[in-house]
Ligand binder design. Structure first.
Ligand code: ADP
Ligand code: MG
Length: 631
C-alpha cells in the first residue's frame, strides 16, 4: 500500500513521444485548438457516462448533472477544465494518455511529415487531440476518477511532455476528469475570461452538455474581491443538440460550426442535409459532405471508420459509420438520432437490425440526393467534390448495385470530345450527343490520361466522329467492369470484341483480311506462342498495330496493376490486330531476312502491348532489337 502510493515515472511509448515532440516544437498556428480538443474529450466522457448509466444508473450517483467547467487562474497561470463524465481508472489512464492504442499517432506523424503544414487544427482527426494541450502548456496535470469508483481510487497523471509522465494515486472527491494546463510563457492571452468564452462559442457552442465558465464580475469589482468569492458559474455555450432544432431555426453558421466540432475539420463543409422522418419509425439525420478529404479517408483503412455518430433519443450510443453508411460514402460526416431503437443496443445487434437497415437506406438516399443537388446548383463546388471524392464514389458502382445508375449519373469523365484531361463529361452528356445509329457508350481505360488519349484503338472512332470516354483513374477499369449499361445503352471498351461495321465497311474489312492472309500467316508463324491470333484491324487508321481484348478479358494495364499488387492474374495470350496499310507491315511483307522479319514482328507486338499499358517483358532485349533495326 505504501509503495503503491509513491509516484511512478513512466516513459511515453515511442510514437506518442514523437507526437509530443512535434506538438511542442512545430505547431505554432491555431494554438487555440487545444480548447476544442479538451472540451471535445470532456463531452465524449459525458456521452460515455450517459450511455453506461442506461444499464447502470447508479453510476450517476452523487453529482447527477453532466457538465463541463472551464476556468483560469491568472496568478497561477493555469487553465482548468473539469468534467463530470466517465473518468478513468489507472489502467485507462495508462492506455489512453501515454500509449499507442490506435494507428492515430503514426498517421498523425505521417501526415505532418508530408505535404501538410504543421497545422495544429488537424490533430483531432487522428485521435491524439489530448496532446494538443502541450501546444500551450509546459506541464499538464490530469486528476481523474472513474464513475462508480471511490474517491481514494483517483489517479493523478502529470507530464511536461518531454518523454515521461508520472502516475500516482490521488484522492479525487468527485467523479470525472480535471485537466490543468500550466501555460508556457507567452501564452497568457488564454487566461483571459473573454478569450476563453469566445473560443468556446466559436468552437464548442454545440457541445450538447453545458460548458460553465465563472460568472463575469460586475462592473466596479476588482480582481481581489473576485478571487475571494466562491465561483459562480454561467453557461457559455448553446448546450443543445443542434439536430433536434427545427431547420428554420438554425442559421448556416451554426451548421458549419457544428460540422467543425463533429469532424475536427476547420474547412467549411461543401453541403449538408438535415431531415426528420416521422412515422412507424422516426429518426433524424444531419449529414455533411466535407469540402476536403478528411485525413482518415485519405490515410485510414476502410475498417475503422469514424464520422457518423449514432444517437438514440439524444443519447450518444457509438460511432456507427460502419453500420449506417456503405464504404463508398465513408467521407460523409454527421449524426443519426433514432427514436425507436432500444437504448441497450450493441454493435452486434446493430449489424443485423432491420430498422437500422432502413435508416441506412435513408442515409444513402439523402447523401445521393445531396450530391445530385450539388451537381445541379453548384457546379464549382460539385467539381471540387468530385476531385476529392469522385474515386471513392466510384466504388459504389461495384458495391451498391441498387444505386448503380444513380451513382453513374454523378460521375464525370474525360472524353475525346471534352477539353483535354478535364473530367467533365457525364454519361448523360454522352448519351445526349450519341451519333444516329450508335448503340453503345464507348470508353477506353488506361493508366493515365495521356495513355488513354493515345490509345491506337481510338483511331477508327475518331475517323467516324464517335465520342469515346477516356478513363484513366486507377479504379476506373475495375469500376466500369461493373457498369454494364447506362440509360439502356451498353458500355463497351474500344479494344473489346468486334466493332459494329456497316455493309460497305464489312466488305472492305473482309477484302483487306483476304488480301493480308499471307501476311497474317507469316506474322502468326513469327510470333508463334506469344499471340493467340493475328488479324486485320478495323480499329486502326494510323498506327501499325494494337491489342484487341476478348469480352471478359482484363485490360493489360489493369492486369499489370493487379500483378504489381501481388494478385494472381491469369496470363492471356494477346490478340494482335494489324493495319496492313502501314509501312511497317509492308516492310515485314517484303523482308527476306527471317531474323529481321522476326525482330520487326516482335516490335509490332511490343508496341501494341506498350500502348495498352503492359510492361515490356524484357526491356534489354527490346533495346537491342531497336538498335539492330536502326543499325
Ligand atoms: P480521441 O478523443 O480521439 O480518442 P484524444 O487524444 O483526444 O483522442 O484522447 C485520448 C483518450 O483519452 C480518449 O479516447 C479517452 O479515452 C481519454 N480521455 C481524454 N480526455 C478524457 C476525459 N476528459 N475523460 C475521460 N477520458 C478521457
Ligand atoms: Mg479527443
Amino acid at each position: 500500500m505504501t509503495t503503491a502510493a509513491a509516484p511512478q515515472t513512466r516513459p511515453f511509448e515511442a510514437e506518442v513521444a514523437q507526437v509530443l515532440h512535434l506538438v511542442t516544437h512545430s505547431l505554432y498556428s491555431h494554438k487555440e485548438i487545444f480548447l476544442r480538443e479538451l472540451v471535445s474529450n470532456a463531452s465524449d466522457a459525458c456521452d460515455k457516462l450517459r450511455f453506461e448509466a442506461i444499464a447502470s444508473p447508479e453510476l450517476l450517483a452523487g453529482e447527477g448533472e453532466l457538465r463541463i467547467e472551464v476556468g483560469s487562474d491568472k496568478a497561477a497561470r493555469t487553465i482548468t477544465l473539469r468534467d463530470t463524465g466517465i473518468g478513468m481508472d489507472r489502467d485507462e489512464v495508462v492506455a489512453n494518455l501515454g500509449s499507442i492504442a490506435s494507428p492515430g499517432p503514426r498517421r498523425f506523424l505521417e501526415a505532418m511529415s508530408g505535404e501538410q503544414k504543421a497545422d495544429a487544427r488537424l490533430i483531432g482527426q487522428f485521435g491524439v487531440g489530448f496532446y494538443s494541450a502541450f501546444v500551450v502548456a509546459d506541464r499538464v496535470t490530469v486528476l481523474t476518477r472513474r464513475a462508480g469508483a471511490p474517491a481514494e481510487a483517483g489517479v493523478k497523471w502529470e507530464s511536461d511532455g518531454r518523454g515521461e509522465y508520472t502516475l500516482e494515486e490521488a484522492l479525487v472527491p468527485e467523479r470525472g476528469t480535471t485537466v490543468i494546463l500550466h501555460l508556457k510563457p507567452g501564452e497568457d492571452e488564454f487566461l483571459d475570461d473573454w478569450k476563453l468564452r469566445s473560443l468556446i462559442r466559436a468552437y464548442s457552442d454545440h457541445v450538447a452538455f453545458p460548458i460553465r465558465v465563472p460568472k463575469r464580475a460586475a462592473a466596479g469589482k476588482d480582481d481581489e474581491t473576485q478571487a475571494d468569492a466562491a465561483p459562480e458559474w454561467e453557461t457559455a455555450n448553446d448546450a443543445s443538440a443542434l439536430w433536434t432544432k427545427p431547420k428554420s431555426e438554425i442559421p448556416d453558421e451554426d451548421y458549419r460550426r457544428f460540422y467543425a466540432s463533429l469532424g475536427h475539420d476547420f474547412n467549411a463543409p461543401a453541403a449538408w442535409t438535415h431531415n426528420r422522418v416521422e412515422g412507424s419509425q422516426s429518426f433524424t439525420t444531419l449529414l455533411y459532405l466535407p469540402a476536403q478529404p478528411p485525413l482518415d479517408v485519405l490515410m485510414g483503412g476502410r475498417d475503422e471508420r469514424k464520422g457518423l455518430k449514432l444517437y438514440i433519443k439524444r443519447v450518444f450510443i457509438m460511432d456507427a459509420a460502419q453500420e449506417l453508411l456503405p464504404n463508398y460514402l465513408r467521407f460523409v460526416r454527421g449524426v443519426v438520432d433514432a427514436d425507436d431503437l432500444p437504448l441497450n443496443v450493441s454493435r452486434e445487434i446493430l449489424q443485423h437490425n432491420r430498422q437500422l437497415e432502413r435508416i441506412k437506406g435513408a442515409c444513402v438516399k439523402r447523401v445521393l440526393d445531396l450530391v445530385e443537388k450539388l451537381s445541379r446548383d453548384a457546379p464549382e463546388a460539385f467539381a471540387a467534390f468530385l476531385k476529392a471524392f469522385g474515386n471513392t464514389l466510384k466504388e459504389g458502382i461495384v458495391e451498391d448495385a441498387g444505386n448503380r445508375e444513380r451513382i453513374a449519373k454523378l460521375l464525370r469523365f474525360a472524353s475525346t470530345k471534352g477539353e483535354g484531361a478535364a473530367q467533365a463529361v457525364s454519361l448523360d452528356d454522352y448519351v445526349g450527343r450519341m451519333a444516329a445509329g450508335q448503340d453503345a457508350i464507348w470508353y477506353v481505360t488506361a493508366d493515365g490520361h495521356k495513355a488513354a488519349a493515345g490509345s491506337p484503338q481510338l483511331e477508327a472512332f475518331k475517323a467516324r466522329g464517335i465520342e469515346v470516354l477516356l478513363m484513366s483513374d486507377r479504379i476506373d477499369a475495375w469500376m466500369v467492369g461493373h457498369l454494364h449499361e447506362y440509360a439502356g445503352k451498353p458500355l463497351r471498351h474500344v479494344a473489346k470484341g468486334e466493332l459494329p461495321l456497316d455493309g460497305a465497311e464489312k466488305k472492305r474489312q473482309e477484302d483487306a483480311a483476304k488480301a493480308a492472309a499471307p501476311l497474317l500467316d507469316r506474322l502468326g508463324a513469327l510470333l508463334g506462342e506469344r499471340v493467340e491470333q493475328v488479324r486485320v484491324s478495323a480499329r486502326l487508321t494510323d498506327s501499325p498495330s494494337c491489342l484487341a481484348l476478348a469480352e471478359h478479358e482484363m485490360a493489360p494495364h489493369l492486369a499489370h496493376l493487379l500483378r504489381e499488387a501481388g494478385q494472381a492474374v491469369p496470363e492471356n495470350r494477346p490478340t494482335l490486330e494489324i493495319n496492313p496499310q502501314h509501312p511497317l507491315l509492308r516492310r515485314i511483307e517484303d523482308e527476306t531476312d527471317e531474323a529481321r522479319a522476326a525482330d520487326l514482328a516482335t516490335l509490332l507486338l511490343e508496341q501494341a502491348e506498350l500502348t495498352a499499358g503492359a510492361p515490356l517483358a524484357d526491356p534489354a532485349a527490346f533495346v537491342q532489337r531497336i538498335n539492330r533495326l536502326l543499325g
